[in-house]
Design a protein around this ligand. Structure first.
Ligand code: HEM
Length: 451
Protein backbone atom coordinates (compact mmCIF):
# COMPACT_ATOMS: atom_id res chain seq x y z
CA UNK A 1 0.00 0.00 0.00
CA UNK A 2 1.25 3.54 -0.77
CA UNK A 3 1.19 6.12 2.04
CA UNK A 4 -1.70 7.89 0.23
CA UNK A 5 -3.71 4.64 0.21
CA UNK A 6 -2.85 4.13 3.89
CA UNK A 7 -4.12 7.59 4.76
CA UNK A 8 -7.31 7.03 2.74
CA UNK A 9 -8.07 3.67 4.29
CA UNK A 10 -7.82 5.27 7.77
CA UNK A 11 -10.72 7.58 6.91
CA UNK A 12 -14.24 6.88 8.14
CA UNK A 13 -17.29 6.62 5.91
CA UNK A 14 -19.89 9.33 6.54
CA UNK A 15 -22.87 7.93 8.48
CA UNK A 16 -26.12 8.24 6.52
CA UNK A 17 -29.60 9.23 7.69
CA UNK A 18 -32.17 7.77 5.36
CA UNK A 19 -35.32 9.68 4.49
CA UNK A 20 -38.42 9.45 2.36
CA UNK A 21 -37.96 8.78 -1.38
CA UNK A 22 -37.51 11.95 -3.54
CA UNK A 23 -38.22 14.51 -0.81
CA UNK A 24 -35.85 12.93 1.75
CA UNK A 25 -35.42 15.22 4.76
CA UNK A 26 -36.46 18.35 2.83
CA UNK A 27 -39.73 18.77 4.74
CA UNK A 28 -38.05 18.31 8.14
CA UNK A 29 -35.56 21.00 7.13
CA UNK A 30 -38.21 23.39 5.82
CA UNK A 31 -40.33 22.96 8.99
CA UNK A 32 -37.56 23.58 11.51
CA UNK A 33 -34.00 23.66 10.17
CA UNK A 34 -32.30 24.16 13.53
CA UNK A 35 -34.11 21.18 15.04
CA UNK A 36 -33.28 19.03 12.04
CA UNK A 37 -29.60 20.02 12.12
CA UNK A 38 -29.35 19.53 15.89
CA UNK A 39 -30.77 16.01 15.56
CA UNK A 40 -28.44 15.26 12.68
CA UNK A 41 -25.39 16.62 14.51
CA UNK A 42 -26.21 14.83 17.77
CA UNK A 43 -26.89 11.51 16.09
CA UNK A 44 -24.28 11.46 13.30
CA UNK A 45 -21.67 14.13 14.08
CA UNK A 46 -20.22 17.06 12.11
CA UNK A 47 -19.96 15.20 8.76
CA UNK A 48 -22.83 12.98 7.67
CA UNK A 49 -25.09 12.14 4.75
CA UNK A 50 -28.78 12.70 4.19
CA UNK A 51 -31.42 12.32 1.46
CA UNK A 52 -32.36 15.83 0.47
CA UNK A 53 -33.66 17.85 -2.51
CA UNK A 54 -32.08 16.42 -5.62
CA UNK A 55 -30.30 13.40 -4.08
CA UNK A 56 -27.87 12.45 -1.34
CA UNK A 57 -26.09 15.38 0.30
CA UNK A 58 -23.11 15.39 2.64
CA UNK A 59 -23.86 17.78 5.53
CA UNK A 60 -21.09 19.80 7.14
CA UNK A 61 -22.36 21.01 10.51
CA UNK A 62 -20.49 23.22 12.98
CA UNK A 63 -17.67 25.70 12.35
CA UNK A 64 -14.81 23.18 11.97
CA UNK A 65 -16.56 21.18 9.25
CA UNK A 66 -17.88 24.31 7.48
CA UNK A 67 -14.39 25.86 7.55
CA UNK A 68 -12.96 22.90 5.63
CA UNK A 69 -15.23 23.60 2.66
CA UNK A 70 -14.86 27.38 2.82
CA UNK A 71 -11.06 27.43 3.00
CA UNK A 72 -11.07 24.63 0.40
CA UNK A 73 -7.34 23.89 0.72
CA UNK A 74 -7.22 21.06 -1.81
CA UNK A 75 -9.69 22.72 -4.21
CA UNK A 76 -12.06 19.79 -3.87
CA UNK A 77 -15.24 21.84 -3.31
CA UNK A 78 -16.79 23.60 -6.31
CA UNK A 79 -19.64 26.11 -6.24
CA UNK A 80 -21.08 25.86 -9.75
CA UNK A 81 -22.13 22.20 -9.68
CA UNK A 82 -23.32 22.61 -6.05
CA UNK A 83 -25.43 25.77 -6.27
CA UNK A 84 -26.34 24.71 -9.81
CA UNK A 85 -28.33 21.84 -8.32
CA UNK A 86 -30.55 24.32 -6.41
CA UNK A 87 -30.69 27.49 -8.50
CA UNK A 88 -28.58 26.70 -11.57
CA UNK A 89 -30.93 27.48 -14.45
CA UNK A 90 -31.99 30.76 -12.84
CA UNK A 91 -28.66 32.18 -11.72
CA UNK A 92 -26.50 30.56 -14.38
CA UNK A 93 -22.94 31.97 -14.47
CA UNK A 94 -23.51 34.43 -11.62
CA UNK A 95 -20.20 35.06 -9.82
CA UNK A 96 -21.12 32.68 -6.98
CA UNK A 97 -21.59 29.84 -9.50
CA UNK A 98 -18.18 30.24 -11.16
CA UNK A 99 -15.16 28.27 -9.97
CA UNK A 100 -11.39 28.35 -9.68
CA UNK A 101 -9.47 30.34 -12.41
CA UNK A 102 -12.60 31.62 -14.11
CA UNK A 103 -14.10 32.73 -10.81
CA UNK A 104 -10.86 34.44 -9.84
CA UNK A 105 -10.73 36.40 -13.12
CA UNK A 106 -14.37 37.56 -12.89
CA UNK A 107 -14.11 38.40 -9.19
CA UNK A 108 -11.00 40.53 -9.73
CA UNK A 109 -12.81 42.47 -12.40
CA UNK A 110 -16.03 42.81 -10.41
CA UNK A 111 -14.26 44.03 -7.29
CA UNK A 112 -13.82 47.27 -9.22
CA UNK A 113 -17.58 47.76 -9.04
CA UNK A 114 -17.43 47.71 -5.21
CA UNK A 115 -14.58 50.13 -4.44
CA UNK A 116 -15.15 52.75 -1.77
CA UNK A 117 -15.82 55.63 -4.21
CA UNK A 118 -18.36 53.45 -6.04
CA UNK A 119 -20.01 52.47 -2.75
CA UNK A 120 -20.19 56.14 -1.76
CA UNK A 121 -21.99 56.86 -5.06
CA UNK A 122 -24.44 53.95 -4.58
CA UNK A 123 -25.08 55.13 -0.99
CA UNK A 124 -25.83 58.65 -2.22
CA UNK A 125 -28.39 57.18 -4.66
CA UNK A 126 -29.91 54.87 -2.03
CA UNK A 127 -30.77 57.56 0.57
CA UNK A 128 -33.38 59.51 -1.43
CA UNK A 129 -34.73 56.31 -3.01
CA UNK A 130 -35.37 54.87 0.47
CA UNK A 131 -37.08 58.11 1.53
CA UNK A 132 -39.34 57.98 -1.53
CA UNK A 133 -40.19 54.33 -0.87
CA UNK A 134 -41.04 54.95 2.80
CA UNK A 135 -43.22 57.96 1.86
CA UNK A 136 -45.63 55.42 0.37
CA UNK A 137 -45.91 53.28 3.52
CA UNK A 138 -49.31 53.34 5.23
CA UNK A 139 -48.67 52.72 8.95
CA UNK A 140 -51.32 50.80 10.89
CA UNK A 141 -51.86 48.36 13.75
CA UNK A 142 -51.28 45.27 11.62
CA UNK A 143 -48.58 46.47 9.25
CA UNK A 144 -46.94 43.62 7.33
CA UNK A 145 -43.23 44.36 7.56
CA UNK A 146 -41.80 41.69 5.29
CA UNK A 147 -43.73 42.34 2.04
CA UNK A 148 -43.27 46.11 2.47
CA UNK A 149 -39.51 45.76 2.91
CA UNK A 150 -39.28 43.31 0.05
CA UNK A 151 -40.95 45.77 -2.28
CA UNK A 152 -38.71 48.55 -1.02
CA UNK A 153 -35.42 46.68 -1.46
CA UNK A 154 -36.42 45.35 -4.86
CA UNK A 155 -37.15 48.90 -6.02
CA UNK A 156 -33.79 49.99 -4.59
CA UNK A 157 -32.01 47.17 -6.40
CA UNK A 158 -33.66 47.96 -9.73
CA UNK A 159 -32.81 51.66 -9.33
CA UNK A 160 -29.25 51.38 -8.04
CA UNK A 161 -28.33 48.27 -10.03
CA UNK A 162 -30.15 48.76 -13.30
CA UNK A 163 -30.60 52.51 -13.46
CA UNK A 164 -34.28 52.01 -12.69
CA UNK A 165 -37.28 53.74 -14.07
CA UNK A 166 -35.59 55.46 -16.99
CA UNK A 167 -35.08 51.99 -18.47
CA UNK A 168 -38.58 50.73 -18.47
CA UNK A 169 -42.03 51.52 -19.72
CA UNK A 170 -44.68 51.97 -16.97
CA UNK A 171 -45.52 48.62 -15.41
CA UNK A 172 -42.41 46.92 -16.80
CA UNK A 173 -40.37 47.19 -13.61
CA UNK A 174 -43.16 45.33 -11.75
CA UNK A 175 -42.96 42.53 -14.32
CA UNK A 176 -39.18 42.42 -13.91
CA UNK A 177 -39.59 42.28 -10.13
CA UNK A 178 -42.10 39.44 -10.37
CA UNK A 179 -39.82 37.49 -12.73
CA UNK A 180 -37.00 37.87 -10.36
CA UNK A 181 -39.00 36.75 -7.28
CA UNK A 182 -40.04 33.63 -9.23
CA UNK A 183 -36.37 32.77 -9.81
CA UNK A 184 -35.53 32.99 -6.10
CA UNK A 185 -38.55 30.92 -5.07
CA UNK A 186 -37.49 27.89 -7.12
CA UNK A 187 -34.56 26.84 -4.90
CA UNK A 188 -36.32 24.11 -2.94
CA UNK A 189 -39.00 23.20 -5.48
CA UNK A 190 -39.64 19.48 -5.40
CA UNK A 191 -41.04 19.30 -8.94
CA UNK A 192 -38.05 20.32 -11.10
CA UNK A 193 -39.52 20.13 -14.56
CA UNK A 194 -40.38 22.92 -17.02
CA UNK A 195 -44.12 22.63 -16.33
CA UNK A 196 -46.02 25.95 -16.55
CA UNK A 197 -47.72 26.91 -13.27
CA UNK A 198 -45.17 25.09 -11.07
CA UNK A 199 -42.54 26.99 -9.08
CA UNK A 200 -39.84 25.67 -11.43
CA UNK A 201 -41.81 26.57 -14.56
CA UNK A 202 -42.48 30.13 -13.31
CA UNK A 203 -38.79 30.57 -12.51
CA UNK A 204 -37.71 29.48 -16.01
CA UNK A 205 -40.16 31.95 -17.55
CA UNK A 206 -38.86 34.63 -15.15
CA UNK A 207 -35.27 34.02 -16.17
CA UNK A 208 -36.18 34.39 -19.87
CA UNK A 209 -37.94 37.68 -19.16
CA UNK A 210 -34.95 39.04 -17.20
CA UNK A 211 -32.45 38.09 -19.92
CA UNK A 212 -34.62 39.63 -22.61
CA UNK A 213 -35.15 42.85 -20.60
CA UNK A 214 -31.47 43.38 -19.73
CA UNK A 215 -30.28 42.31 -23.20
CA UNK A 216 -32.58 44.93 -24.75
CA UNK A 217 -31.01 47.71 -22.66
CA UNK A 218 -27.39 46.62 -22.85
CA UNK A 219 -26.35 48.64 -25.89
CA UNK A 220 -27.67 51.89 -24.43
CA UNK A 221 -25.88 51.18 -21.13
CA UNK A 222 -22.63 50.70 -23.02
CA UNK A 223 -23.15 53.88 -25.06
CA UNK A 224 -24.57 56.14 -22.32
CA UNK A 225 -23.33 54.81 -18.97
CA UNK A 226 -24.79 56.11 -15.70
CA UNK A 227 -23.68 55.53 -12.07
CA UNK A 228 -25.72 52.32 -11.76
CA UNK A 229 -24.10 48.92 -11.34
CA UNK A 230 -25.29 47.70 -14.77
CA UNK A 231 -23.37 50.59 -16.42
CA UNK A 232 -20.35 50.00 -14.18
CA UNK A 233 -20.21 46.30 -15.13
CA UNK A 234 -20.39 47.25 -18.82
CA UNK A 235 -17.38 49.56 -18.40
CA UNK A 236 -15.10 47.26 -16.32
CA UNK A 237 -11.68 46.60 -17.88
CA UNK A 238 -8.75 44.51 -16.64
CA UNK A 239 -5.10 45.53 -17.10
CA UNK A 240 -5.14 44.17 -20.69
CA UNK A 241 -8.14 46.33 -21.48
CA UNK A 242 -10.57 43.41 -21.80
CA UNK A 243 -13.98 43.52 -20.12
CA UNK A 244 -17.07 41.37 -19.67
CA UNK A 245 -18.96 40.15 -22.74
CA UNK A 246 -22.64 41.03 -23.18
CA UNK A 247 -23.88 37.64 -21.95
CA UNK A 248 -21.71 37.81 -18.85
CA UNK A 249 -22.86 41.35 -17.96
CA UNK A 250 -26.50 40.24 -18.14
CA UNK A 251 -25.84 37.13 -16.05
CA UNK A 252 -23.89 39.03 -13.41
CA UNK A 253 -26.61 41.69 -13.11
CA UNK A 254 -29.29 39.01 -12.62
CA UNK A 255 -27.19 37.31 -9.97
CA UNK A 256 -26.38 40.58 -8.18
CA UNK A 257 -30.07 41.42 -8.02
CA UNK A 258 -30.70 38.10 -6.32
CA UNK A 259 -27.66 38.34 -4.04
CA UNK A 260 -28.57 41.82 -2.86
CA UNK A 261 -32.31 41.81 -2.59
CA UNK A 262 -33.66 39.04 -0.38
CA UNK A 263 -30.61 39.05 1.87
CA UNK A 264 -31.02 42.74 2.78
CA UNK A 265 -34.80 42.34 3.16
CA UNK A 266 -34.37 39.49 5.62
CA UNK A 267 -31.75 41.39 7.60
CA UNK A 268 -33.93 44.51 8.01
CA UNK A 269 -36.99 42.35 8.77
CA UNK A 270 -35.13 40.61 11.59
CA UNK A 271 -33.85 43.97 12.86
CA UNK A 272 -37.37 45.44 12.89
CA UNK A 273 -38.58 42.41 14.80
CA UNK A 274 -35.98 42.67 17.54
CA UNK A 275 -35.93 46.47 17.70
CA UNK A 276 -39.73 46.30 18.03
CA UNK A 277 -39.40 44.03 21.07
CA UNK A 278 -36.50 46.01 22.62
CA UNK A 279 -37.32 49.71 23.05
CA UNK A 280 -33.99 50.27 24.83
CA UNK A 281 -32.15 49.36 21.61
CA UNK A 282 -34.47 51.53 19.48
CA UNK A 283 -33.63 54.49 21.68
CA UNK A 284 -29.93 53.68 21.69
CA UNK A 285 -29.82 53.62 17.89
CA UNK A 286 -31.85 56.83 17.63
CA UNK A 287 -29.53 58.58 20.06
CA UNK A 288 -26.46 57.41 18.16
CA UNK A 289 -27.80 58.81 14.87
CA UNK A 290 -29.51 61.88 16.35
CA UNK A 291 -27.13 64.39 14.74
CA UNK A 292 -27.15 62.79 11.30
CA UNK A 293 -29.23 63.92 8.32
CA UNK A 294 -32.01 61.71 6.90
CA UNK A 295 -29.60 60.47 4.21
CA UNK A 296 -26.18 60.06 5.83
CA UNK A 297 -23.14 59.43 3.67
CA UNK A 298 -20.96 56.32 3.77
CA UNK A 299 -18.49 57.74 6.33
CA UNK A 300 -21.30 58.74 8.67
CA UNK A 301 -22.89 55.29 8.36
CA UNK A 302 -19.58 53.61 9.15
CA UNK A 303 -19.50 55.34 12.54
CA UNK A 304 -22.86 53.89 13.68
CA UNK A 305 -21.46 51.24 16.03
CA UNK A 306 -24.69 50.31 17.82
CA UNK A 307 -26.33 49.75 14.43
CA UNK A 308 -23.47 47.36 13.69
CA UNK A 309 -24.03 45.43 16.91
CA UNK A 310 -27.74 44.96 16.22
CA UNK A 311 -27.12 44.01 12.59
CA UNK A 312 -24.50 41.43 13.53
CA UNK A 313 -26.75 39.88 16.17
CA UNK A 314 -29.66 39.69 13.72
CA UNK A 315 -27.41 38.09 11.09
CA UNK A 316 -26.38 35.57 13.72
CA UNK A 317 -29.94 34.70 14.73
CA UNK A 318 -31.33 34.55 11.18
CA UNK A 319 -28.54 34.33 8.59
CA UNK A 320 -30.23 35.19 5.27
CA UNK A 321 -28.18 32.49 3.51
CA UNK A 322 -28.37 29.70 6.09
CA UNK A 323 -26.81 26.98 3.94
CA UNK A 324 -24.20 27.04 1.16
CA UNK A 325 -24.09 24.48 -1.62
CA UNK A 326 -20.98 22.77 -2.97
CA UNK A 327 -20.04 19.66 -4.97
CA UNK A 328 -16.79 17.77 -4.62
CA UNK A 329 -14.79 17.62 -7.85
CA UNK A 330 -12.38 15.09 -6.34
CA UNK A 331 -12.24 12.86 -3.31
CA UNK A 332 -11.47 14.74 -0.12
CA UNK A 333 -11.65 14.47 3.66
CA UNK A 334 -13.25 16.55 6.40
CA UNK A 335 -12.48 15.87 10.07
CA UNK A 336 -11.34 12.33 9.25
CA UNK A 337 -14.41 11.47 7.17
CA UNK A 338 -14.01 10.54 3.50
CA UNK A 339 -16.12 12.45 0.99
CA UNK A 340 -16.07 10.88 -2.48
CA UNK A 341 -15.78 12.88 -5.71
CA UNK A 342 -19.04 14.11 -7.22
CA UNK A 343 -20.86 14.48 -3.90
CA UNK A 344 -23.33 17.31 -3.20
CA UNK A 345 -22.37 19.11 0.01
CA UNK A 346 -24.37 21.44 2.30
CA UNK A 347 -22.35 23.86 4.39
CA UNK A 348 -24.73 24.49 7.29
CA UNK A 349 -23.62 27.96 8.46
CA UNK A 350 -26.84 28.59 10.35
CA UNK A 351 -26.38 25.89 12.96
CA UNK A 352 -22.94 27.19 13.97
CA UNK A 353 -24.63 30.48 14.92
CA UNK A 354 -26.80 28.69 17.48
CA UNK A 355 -24.44 26.14 19.04
CA UNK A 356 -24.31 26.52 22.81
CA UNK A 357 -20.75 25.17 22.73
CA UNK A 358 -19.82 28.57 21.29
CA UNK A 359 -22.54 31.08 22.16
CA UNK A 360 -23.79 31.68 25.73
CA UNK A 361 -27.61 31.62 25.72
CA UNK A 362 -27.68 31.41 21.89
CA UNK A 363 -31.41 32.07 21.39
CA UNK A 364 -31.29 35.37 23.32
CA UNK A 365 -31.16 38.67 21.40
CA UNK A 366 -28.04 40.22 22.87
CA UNK A 367 -26.20 42.58 20.47
CA UNK A 368 -23.62 43.43 23.14
CA UNK A 369 -22.09 39.99 22.60
CA UNK A 370 -20.33 41.57 19.59
CA UNK A 371 -19.11 44.63 21.58
CA UNK A 372 -15.32 45.03 22.00
CA UNK A 373 -15.42 44.04 25.69
CA UNK A 374 -17.13 40.70 24.90
CA UNK A 375 -16.48 39.68 21.27
CA UNK A 376 -18.15 36.28 21.68
CA UNK A 377 -17.79 35.75 17.93
CA UNK A 378 -14.01 35.43 18.46
CA UNK A 379 -14.57 32.06 20.17
CA UNK A 380 -13.96 30.39 16.80
CA UNK A 381 -12.81 31.93 13.49
CA UNK A 382 -15.82 30.40 11.75
CA UNK A 383 -18.47 30.65 14.48
CA UNK A 384 -20.14 33.71 12.85
CA UNK A 385 -20.19 33.54 9.10
CA UNK A 386 -23.33 35.10 7.60
CA UNK A 387 -21.31 36.37 4.62
CA UNK A 388 -19.52 33.05 4.02
CA UNK A 389 -15.73 32.79 3.86
CA UNK A 390 -12.80 31.99 1.60
CA UNK A 391 -12.64 33.05 -2.05
CA UNK A 392 -16.43 33.24 -2.42
CA UNK A 393 -16.97 35.49 0.61
CA UNK A 394 -19.77 37.97 -0.11
CA UNK A 395 -18.64 40.70 -2.49
CA UNK A 396 -21.50 42.98 -1.46
CA UNK A 397 -20.89 42.92 2.30
CA UNK A 398 -20.05 46.63 2.58
CA UNK A 399 -22.90 47.55 0.23
CA UNK A 400 -25.29 45.50 2.38
CA UNK A 401 -24.09 47.19 5.58
CA UNK A 402 -24.67 50.65 4.12
CA UNK A 403 -28.09 49.80 2.68
CA UNK A 404 -29.36 48.10 5.84
CA UNK A 405 -28.18 50.93 8.11
CA UNK A 406 -29.71 53.57 5.83
CA UNK A 407 -33.08 51.83 5.84
CA UNK A 408 -33.11 51.24 9.61
CA UNK A 409 -32.01 54.83 10.27
CA UNK A 410 -34.87 56.21 8.21
CA UNK A 411 -37.36 53.79 9.78
CA UNK A 412 -36.33 54.88 13.27
CA UNK A 413 -36.69 58.53 12.24
CA UNK A 414 -40.14 58.15 10.79
CA UNK A 415 -41.88 55.43 12.77
CA UNK A 416 -42.49 53.92 16.16
CA UNK A 417 -43.38 50.25 16.26
CA UNK A 418 -43.86 47.50 18.75
CA UNK A 419 -43.58 43.73 18.58
CA UNK A 420 -44.81 41.59 21.47
CA UNK A 421 -41.85 40.20 23.43
CA UNK A 422 -43.46 36.76 23.10
CA UNK A 423 -44.05 37.04 19.31
CA UNK A 424 -42.50 33.97 17.64
CA UNK A 425 -41.73 34.28 13.98
CA UNK A 426 -42.61 31.25 11.90
CA UNK A 427 -39.92 31.43 9.28
CA UNK A 428 -40.51 29.79 5.92
CA UNK A 429 -37.35 28.04 4.71
CA UNK A 430 -38.49 27.05 1.21
CA UNK A 431 -35.76 29.25 -0.23
CA UNK A 432 -34.15 31.97 1.89
CA UNK A 433 -35.92 32.36 5.26
CA UNK A 434 -38.85 34.78 5.57
CA UNK A 435 -41.70 35.18 8.11
CA UNK A 436 -44.68 33.21 6.85
CA UNK A 437 -47.10 35.68 8.51
CA UNK A 438 -45.39 38.74 6.96
CA UNK A 439 -44.33 39.78 10.48
CA UNK A 440 -47.19 42.09 11.49
CA UNK A 441 -46.30 45.04 13.74
CA UNK A 442 -48.15 47.98 15.19
CA UNK A 443 -46.52 50.74 13.10
CA UNK A 444 -47.19 54.39 13.95
CA UNK A 445 -45.86 57.61 12.42
CA UNK A 446 -43.43 59.33 14.73
CA UNK A 447 -43.24 63.00 15.66
CA UNK A 448 -40.12 64.00 13.70
CA UNK A 449 -37.37 65.86 15.50
CA UNK A 450 -35.46 68.28 13.25
CA UNK A 451 -32.05 66.85 12.32
C1 HEM B 1 -27.05 40.97 4.52
C2 HEM B 1 -26.90 40.80 3.23
C3 HEM B 1 -26.10 39.70 2.58
C4 HEM B 1 -25.76 38.46 3.05
C5 HEM B 1 -26.09 37.85 4.40
C6 HEM B 1 -24.99 37.81 2.01
C7 HEM B 1 -24.45 36.53 2.11
C8 HEM B 1 -23.62 35.95 1.16
C9 HEM B 1 -23.00 34.67 1.30
C10 HEM B 1 -23.17 33.74 2.48
C11 HEM B 1 -22.23 34.47 0.19
C12 HEM B 1 -21.31 33.27 -0.06
C13 HEM B 1 -21.92 32.22 -0.94
C14 HEM B 1 -21.02 31.00 -1.09
O1 HEM B 1 -19.91 30.94 -0.58
O2 HEM B 1 -21.49 30.05 -1.73
C15 HEM B 1 -22.41 35.60 -0.66
C16 HEM B 1 -21.82 35.75 -1.91
C17 HEM B 1 -22.02 36.84 -2.71
N1 HEM B 1 -22.73 37.98 -2.41
FE1 HEM B 1 -23.70 38.38 -0.70
N2 HEM B 1 -24.89 38.65 0.95
C18 HEM B 1 -25.55 39.82 1.25
C19 HEM B 1 -25.69 40.93 0.44
C20 HEM B 1 -25.12 41.08 -0.80
C21 HEM B 1 -25.24 42.25 -1.62
C22 HEM B 1 -25.98 43.51 -1.20
C23 HEM B 1 -24.57 42.01 -2.77
C24 HEM B 1 -24.38 42.89 -3.97
C25 HEM B 1 -24.54 44.16 -3.99
C26 HEM B 1 -24.00 40.68 -2.66
C27 HEM B 1 -23.23 40.07 -3.63
C28 HEM B 1 -22.65 38.83 -3.49
C29 HEM B 1 -21.85 38.22 -4.53
C30 HEM B 1 -21.51 38.80 -5.89
C31 HEM B 1 -21.46 36.96 -4.04
C32 HEM B 1 -20.62 35.92 -4.76
C33 HEM B 1 -19.16 36.11 -4.39
C34 HEM B 1 -18.25 35.09 -5.04
O3 HEM B 1 -18.68 33.98 -5.33
O4 HEM B 1 -17.10 35.44 -5.26
N3 HEM B 1 -24.37 40.15 -1.46
N4 HEM B 1 -23.24 36.52 -0.04
Amino acid sequence: MTSGEDARSALRQAPRRRGLPVVGATMAYVRDPLKMMREQYDAYGAVSEIDFVGGVWTLLIGPDACAAALTNKDKAFANGPGWGQLVGPFFDRGLMLLDFEEHHAHRRLMQEAFTRPRLAAYTAALGPAIAAGLDAWQPGPDFQVYPALKELTLDLATQVFMGGAELAAPGEIEKVNRAFVACVQAATAIVRLPIPGTRWGRALAGRRLLEEFLGRHLASKRDHPGDDLFSVLCALRDEDGSGLGDQDVVKHVIFLLMAAHDTSTITVTTMMRHLGAHPEWRERLRAEAADLPDCPDLDQLDRLESFDLVMKECLRLVPPVPVLARRTVKETEVLGVRIPAGRLVSVMLHYGHHMDEYWPDPERFDPERFAPHRREDKVHRHAWEPFGGGVHKCLGMAFAGAEVKLIVHQLLRRFEWAVDADYRDRLNYHSLPFPADGQPVDLRPRERTPA
